[in-house]
Design a protein around this ligand. Structure first.
Ligand code: 13P
Ligand code: ZN
Length: 272
């Protein structure tokens, strides 16, 4: 007897995460997308993995992920609707043996397909898995204050990260590896996917200037938490940047934090 996929932990987690992101105002309309790599064993509890509903060309080669399973938000779909109708707004597929197709096993029930940002997602999975074999999740979002900050702050990785670290005591502990920054680029393309993946070799967070952010992590919670922490820091920055700054968290304080919590941080991003 197959279990009901609507009760699967990973479907519930996708619903909760998209609902939270929508509630926070980060993902207007169809903004944002999520990809979550699953184990064959957990997928096989819900349906026959040999029953392919549709084969959808990827449009690029993902042979490094051949045979891997992903649950991914659909293109043009609204985060606000995922919880109400997961089967239409999400899809679960396997990357074909030759790495050229998505073999749809569940979802995209109105004939839809995966997010237009799939190149950036899959290329980022490939890059992160090399650094951290436990990486499972890539999230793209349009968080309000992070975006606002893109318009008024220099888009330099060191300076951007440093400012974020200064804004909340816990920032350097949560993202000690800092934030990578890409200039404005056309989205949905292989080029932005390749550029994002290159940054992901070094960072778990990558800003797409004047567009949004990418995060990668082991779980949906961890990845959501990374973006949430950047967004909180960006909010504090935007609330304070046009007033005289009287107090700040100093670089020496950040060193104390990083050492106390035992995190490996980008020393070259501090001015010490
Ligand atoms: P999709 O609707 O294709 O997921 O695109 C949304 C988006 O955020 C593009 O960057
Ligand atoms: Zn986007």
């Amino acid at each position: 007897m197959m279990k009901n996929i609507l009760e699967a932990k990973f479907v519930k987690e996708m619903c909760d995460t998209t609902a939270n992101m929508y509630r926070l105002g980060w993902d207007e309309r169809n903004g944002g997308n999520i990809s979550y790599m699953l184990d064959e064993k957990e997928v096989a509890e819900y349906f026959d993995i040999n029953c392919i509903l549709r084969t959808i060309p990827l449009g690029f080669n993902a042979n490094e992920l051949a045979g891997k399973y992903f649950i991914v938000t659909g293109t043009g779909k609204y985060f606000k609707n995922v919880e109400k109708n997961p089967e239409e707004n999400l899809g679960l597929f396997r990357i074909s043996k030759d790495g050229k197709n998505a073999e749809l096993l569940w979802g995209y029930s109105d004939g839809g397909k995966f997010t237009s940002e799939l190149p950036a997602h899959l290329m980022s999975h490939i890059a992160r898995l090399k650094v951290d074999p436990e990486n499972r999740v890539v999230i793209h979002s349009h968080p309000t204050y992070t975006l606002a900050m893109n318009f008024v702050h220099e888009l330099d990785e060191k300076k951007f990260t440093h400012t974020l670290w200064e804004m909340c005591t816990e920032c350097i502990v949560v993202f000690p590896d800092g934030v990578g920054v890409l200039p404005w680029m056309l989205c949905g393309t292989d080029e932005i996917g390749e550029a994002t993946a290159k940054k992901m070799e070094e960072f778990r967070l990558v800003i797409w200037a004047m567009h949004g952010i990418y995060g990668a992590g082991k779980t949906l919670d961890e990845t959501f938490g990374l973006i949430e922490t950047v967004e909180k820091a960006a909010q504090i920055y935007m609330l304070t940047c046009n007033r005289p700054r009287i107090n700040t968290i100093k670089d020496e304080d950040m060193v104390k934090l990083a050492e106390y919590f035992g995190v490996k941080y980008r020393k070259d991003f501090l001015n010490i």
